[in-house]
Structure formats: structure tokens, C-alpha cells
Design a protein around this ligand. Structure first.
Ligand SMILES: Cc1cc2nc3c(=O)[nH]c(=O)nc-3n(C[C@H](O)[C@H](O)[C@H](O)COP(=O)(O)OP(=O)(O)OC[C@H]3O[C@@H](n4cnc5c(N)ncnc54)[C@H](O)[C@@H]3O)c2cc1C
Ligand SMILES: *[C@@H]1O[C@H](CO)[C@@H](O)[C@H](O)[C@H]1NC(C)=O
Ligand SMILES: *[C@@H]1O[C@H](CO)[C@@H](O)[C@H](O)[C@H]1NC(C)=O
Ligand SMILES: *[C@@H]1O[C@H](CO)[C@@H](O)[C@H](O)[C@H]1NC(C)=O
Ligand SMILES: *[C@@H]1O[C@H](CO)[C@@H](O)[C@H](O)[C@H]1NC(C)=O
Ligand SMILES: *[C@@H]1O[C@H](CO)[C@@H](O)[C@H](O)[C@H]1NC(C)=O
Ligand SMILES: *[C@@H]1O[C@H](CO)[C@@H](O)[C@H](O)[C@H]1NC(C)=O
Length: 499
């Protein structure tokens, strides 16, 4: 059998690579544990296992990742076909004490969060089931948000997920989830009715409001590979047969007005909001030297132009308004994988137009430090958290791990791409230094929030440090109950970990 030959080759390679550093017994025992796991997986799931050199290896280890940096070299990859096979895989891996990583949509640009060198990768590629019910949809973790919106479109319904086309369902849902309609329906995590989870010992549980309620709560924001592998999500859906959309562009001189309109949106606090939200970015084009802002706005209903964006429309230099559906809208915004190396870094402020504008100005100034970096693509992103979006979780009897106060917040983010591996450390240092310096200033001025969103954070940011202490303590109790052997923190160490 081909896979046995491959296993022989990988075993030899692993042992060879373990030997030179043989002073470090930990690393050679790790290598043995990985061999143990890959061998066991080859026995129990022979059709699911992939080794370096096989045709599918590049698909799973490289092409499934958005950030070029996230493409690593797992020793073997298991691609289960069902929840039972995920359980078999987790059991095999944990019984060998082998390091592993789990990948859903592969968009998290934190190296090691979703892939691994010298370990086992669980690729969820084949768990792509989707079943539409009257007011929910059951989805597997292989789906993108476009898949979900496309499945719901014939029924005139929408789920609360990602704003662009190809972001993965599981990562986004388990870490929170910013959608256009947060202001009315809360975050993606607030709209999950049920999670099927494979625990560290291979046991499968379904967590709902009434069954395993502590785990159910913990997965609302703390889920990214901290408690188990989620094999199915049941998401609530809402009627939205049509949406009114707008794409707008702004010249540099209009950026302060644009950022003020973003802050206006964060402050809206109607008891009965119209579902509406945006993607708001400012970009600097290094080759032309031109700064411009852009808005992608979506509102429920058929108001054309969408009236919730009037404060933007009055200053934009260009607009395309349309009445369409969520599938066609999201379908326009592909985020192709393996395009560039890219660093996110962000912090949060209380919504204040003057502060946000000064952060944008500081971002622009600080670009002078990295303008020589090949392929530089700098973007300043503002994400809105409105009081009404937080209220949904606060009032639904379950809550979520963020425990945010109902106040208008803005997440201000640097999203910076570049071309070459030689600049990785420089770009990370730059983003970290500038963002943390500006955050320290905001703290002194009393305008900062410590909230951190795992979807927009840099590798060094500790998202759990920004959550209420009592929620973190509760998460640790859930972890002790559901992962007593700490499989998901001891053996899977990448990304945002509850440690
Ligand atoms: C271009 C772009 C646009 C984005 N837009 C949005 C947006 O509109 N709204 C928003 O909220 N966020 C957005 N994000 C951030 C996004 O939510 C995160 O990158 C998220 O992790 C993507 O989910 P994924 O399944 O693709 O992630 P992956 O990289 O596959 O996984 C992320 C983390 O979750 C874990 N994980 C994945 N699947 C499972 C599972 N089934 N069980 C347990 N753990 C699992 C992984 O191990 C990893 O630690 C965007 C990111 C990018 C790059
Ligand atoms: C490898 O890729 C082929 C073609 O896409 C697919 O049919 C097969 O199931 C894949 N194998 C694994 C183990 O993922
Ligand atoms: C538009 O701006 C005004 C003035 O700042 C504000 O009162 C209003 O709430 C804003 N409207 C929207 C929809 O953001
Ligand atoms: C940046 O400017 C150059 C030169 O004017 C142009 O060719 C390119 O399309 C611009 N890039 C983007 C992303 O707009
Ligand atoms: C914005 O810039 C474009 C291109 O330079 C120009 O045609 C347009 O008049 C400008 N609009 C405003 C409102 O300044
Ligand atoms: C407007 O929406 C319709 C329906 O989805 C679509 O066919 C059309 O291409 C859209 N027009 C623009 C300019 O986006
Ligand atoms: C697996 O772990 C869970 C959570 O700790 C526990 O309830 C269950 O009994 C364990 N199952 C087995 C077979 O040990």
C-alpha cells in the first residue's frame, strides 16, 4: 500500500530530524509521539491520511491557508469524513501525546493557530454538510460563509456570519463573529443553538442551552480549539430575502468625515434597530502614494440607497447602490488564499471620532518606517461594536465570554501585507510596537478598552486578558471538566489559548 511506504519514509525522516538535537530528549520524544500518532492514524483511518509528497498534501498544508506564513509542514495530515472519524483521530493523536493543530476555513493569520510543523494536522475539509430547516441551518466546519448564504438564499433567509465570501464558518463562529447585522441579532456566536463537539478523549457531546450548558457558553467566544473539535453547528436564521447595499469610495480629504460616520454608527442605540453594518477601511497605495477609504455597507430591506449610510453617502466621492441578496453580495468579495504574508494587530477604543482620526494619522505617519518593504500593502480598519449588538447576548439568558458593557466601541486595526519571508519579523515588530504605543496613549487618556477580538489580533496579543476575570475563571472550570487531560492546550499549543 502506498500509504505504508509513505509512512516508512516519514518515520525515517522524523527519526533523522530528531537525532541531531538528541541532547533535547523532549524533542526526540515528541518526534516519537508524532510517529506513533501518524502510524496509528494510518491503521485506523487509512483512507484519511496524507503524508508529505502525496498529491493532496499541498492542498491541505499550503493552499488551504489565507496567509502565506500559515503554510507549515505537518508530519501527517488526517482528513476525517465524519464526526466519528474526527473522534477516532483525536483519540489516536491524544493516546500518543502527539502535538496537533485543527484547521477549519484556514483564515486565521496567526502562525500555528491552524497548522503545525512536526505534528499532526486535522483538516476538516470534508465535513461540508449543510441542511436548511425552518429557522435554523445545520452546517459542517468545512463550509465558507458564501456556502451558507447560498444555501439559505432560496429560502429568503440569512445567518449571522462573515462579511466576505470565503471566510471559514467554524473559526469565525467560535471566536465571535462580526457580521453586517450584529446591531440587531448580536454576534455569530450569539446565534448558535447547538454545537457537536469531539472532546480530547474522543467522546462526542452535543452542547445546547440545556445539554452541557457550561460548554455551550464557553464555545461562545472561547471555542477556537480550546475545548474540543466542533463537527457541526446549528445556526439560527432570519428572514432577509433582500438587502440594500452600498459600495463607496472616499478621497484622503474625506477620511476624517468617514471615520466620524463610523463612530456615528457605533453610537446608534435604538431599542428596535434596523439591521445594518459595514466593512470600513482606509488604504495607502504605496506605488501611487494615494490614500483612500472605502465602505461596504449592507442594510436589511429595500431602501435604495440604504438610509442607514446617509452620513457616508453625503461625503463619498463614488457610490454603487443596489438591492440584492446576501449570497450575491457576499459572492463578490473573494479573499484568495496564499496571496501574501499579512499581519493583523488591533486595539479597542470608546467610539470617539477625534481619537479615531488621530489613530489613523499616527498609522499613516508610522508607515514611513516600513515603506521600503517589498510588496507593502497597508490598511487601517475600523470595526464597530454598538450597544445594541452587545445587548443581544446580555439579554438571551446565555451570554458569551466577552461580557462587554453596552457602550459604543471601535476596534482599530492595522492590516499589513508584504511579500518576503525576510521581512516577517520586521513587520511583526513594527505592528506590535506602533499599536501598543498608541494603545498606551489611549489608556492614559482614558479612551481605551482592553477588549481584543481574536479574529483581528496579532500573535502576541492575549485575548483572554481583555475578558472579564470571572468569565476567564468560568472558562477554566469548563476546561477542567471537559478537557481534564488538557489535550487542547498541552498538545495543541498554537493560537489563542486558554492557559
Ligand atoms: C480576509 C478576512 C476577512 C475576515 N472577515 C471577518 C468578518 O467579516 N467577521 C469576523 O468576525 N471575522 C473576520 N475575519 C477573521 C476570521 O473570523 C478569523 O480569521 C477566523 O478564524 C476564520 O475562521 P476559519 O474557520 O477560516 O479559521 P481557521 O484558521 O481554520 O481557524 C481559526 C481557529 O479556530 C480553530 N478551529 C477551526 N475550526 C475549528 C473547529 N471545527 N473546532 C475547533 N476549533 C476550530 C483553529 O484551530 C484556529 O485556532 C476575517 C479574516 C480574514 C483573513
Ligand atoms: C485527495 O484529493 C482527491 C481529489 O480531490 C479526493 O478525492 C480525495 O478524497 C483526497 N484524499 C484525502 C485523504 O483527502
Ligand atoms: C448621522 O450623524 C448624526 C450626527 O452625528 C447622528 O446623530 C446620526 O445618528 C447619524 N446617523 C447614522 C445612521 O449613523
Ligand atoms: C495603486 O496605484 C497603482 C499606480 O497608480 C495602480 O496601478 C494600482 O492599481 C493601485 N493599487 C490598488 C490596489 O488600487
Ligand atoms: C476625489 O478624487 C477623484 C480622483 O482624483 C476626483 O475626481 C474627485 O473629484 C475627488 N472628489 C472629491 C469629493 O474631492
Ligand atoms: C445588483 O443586484 C443584482 C441582483 O443580485 C445583480 O444581478 C446585479 O449585478 C447587481 N448590480 C451591481 C451593480 O452590483
Ligand atoms: C471523556 O471526557 C468527558 C469529559 O471529561 C467525560 O465526561 C467522559 O466520561 C470521558 N469519556 C471516557 C470514555 O473516558
Amino acid at each position: 500500500m502506498g500509504y505504508l511506504t509513505q509512512l516508512g519514509a516519514i518515520t525515517t525522516a522524523l527519526l533523522a530530524s530528531a537525532t541531531p538535537s538528541s541532547g533535547a530528549s523532549a524533542s526526540s520524544s515528541t518526534a516519537k509521539n508524532v510517529i506513533c500518532a501518524c502510524r496509528k492514524l494510518s491503521n485506523v483511518l487509512p483512507k484519511d491520511i496524507i503524508y508529505p509528497g502525496s498529491a493532496n498534501y499541498t492542498d491541505e498544508a499550503t493552499d488551504s491557508y489565507w496567509d502565506k506564513r500559515a503554510a507549515l509542514a505537518p508530519s501527517c495530515i488526517v482528513v476525517p469524513n465524519s464526526a466519528d472519524e474526527v473522534a477516532t483521530a483525536v483519540e489516536a493523536i491524544s493516546s500518543c501525546n502527539a502535538p496537533f493543530a485543527v484547521r477549519g476555513g484556514g483564515h486565521m493569520n496567526v502562525v500555528g493557530s491552524n497548522n503545525i510543523n512536526n505534528g499532526v494536522l486535522i483538516g476538516l475539509t470534508k465535513l461540508n454538510q449543510v441542511k436548511v430547516n425552518a429557522d435554523t441551518v445545520e452546517v459542517g466546519p468545512a463550509l465558507t460563509w458564501y456556502d451558507v448564504y447560498a444555501a439559505l438564499e432560496p429560502y429568503g433567509r440569512v445567518a449571522i456570519g462573515g462579511r466576505l465570501k470565503t471566510i471559514g464558518v467554524p473559526g469565525l463562529t467560535l471566536i465571535g463573529g462580526y457580521h453586517y447585522f450584529n446591531n440587531k441579532y448580536g454576534f455569530a456566536m450569539d446565534n448558535v443553538d447547538s454545537y457537536d463537539v469531539v472532546l480530547g478523549n474522543g467522546t462526542q457531546v452535543t452542547a445546547t442551552r440545556s445539554s452541557h450548558p457550561d460548554l455551550f457558553w464557553a464555545l461562545k467566544g472561547g471555542g477556537g480549539n480550546n475545548f474540543g473539535v466542533v463537527t457541526k453547528l446549528v445556526l439560527r436564521t432570519y428572514p432577509a430575502p433582500q438587502v440594500s447595499t452600498t459600495i463607496q469610495a472616499f478621497n484622503e480629504s474625506a477620511v476624517p468625515g468617514f471615520l466620524a460616520a463610523v463612530c456615528d454608527a457605533a453610537k446608534l442605540n435604538s431599542p428596535d434597530p434596523i439591521a445594518a453594518g459595514m466593512v470600513a477601511t482606509v488604504s495607502y497605495n504605496v506605488s501611487s502614494g494615494v490614500t483612500s477609504a472605502s465602505l461596504l455597507g449592507v442594510q436589511e430591506g429595500v431602501s435604495n440607497p440604504p438610509d442607514q449610510f446617509a452620513n457616508f453617502s453625503s461625503i463619498s466621492s463614488f457610490a454603487i447602490n443596489n438591492v440584492t441578496n446576501m449570497k450575491d453580495w457576499a459572492g463578490q468579495f473573494e479573499t484568495p488564499k496564499q496571496q501574501f504574508r499579512i499581519q493583523f494587530a488591533h486595539r479597542t477604543i470608546k467610539a470617539d471620532a477625534a481619537v479615531l482620526t488621530s489613530l489613523y494619522e499616527s498609522w499613516k505617519e508610522s508607515l514611513s518606517e516600513v515603506l521600503d518593504v517589498e510588496g507593502l500593502g497597508p490598511t487601517f480598519v475600523a470595526n464597530v461594536i454598538s450597544p445594541t449588538s452587545v445587548r443581544v447576548g446580555n439579554n438571551n439568558g446565555v451570554g458569551n465570554i466577552w461580557g462587554l458593557p453596552e457602550e459604543p466601541l471601535i476596534i482599530w486595526q492595522f492590516s499589513t501585507s508584504w511579500s518576503l519571508a525576510r521581512d516577517d519579523r520586521r513587520m511583526q515588530n513594527w505592528a506590535r510596537t506602533v499599536v501598543e504605543r498608541l494603545h498606551a496613549q489611549n489608556k492614559r487618556k482614558g479612551v481605551a478598552s482592553e477588549y481584543i477580538y481574536m479574529g483581528d489580533a496579532g500573535d502576541w496579543q492575549d485575548a483572554f486578558a481583555g475578558m472579564p476575570k470571572k468569565n476567564v475563571a468560568r472558562l477554566k472550570r469548563v476546561q477542567a471538566a471537559y478537557d481534564p487531560e488538557r489535550v487542547f492546550t498541552r498538545l495543541s499549543t498554537g493560537g489563542f489559548k486558554l492557559t
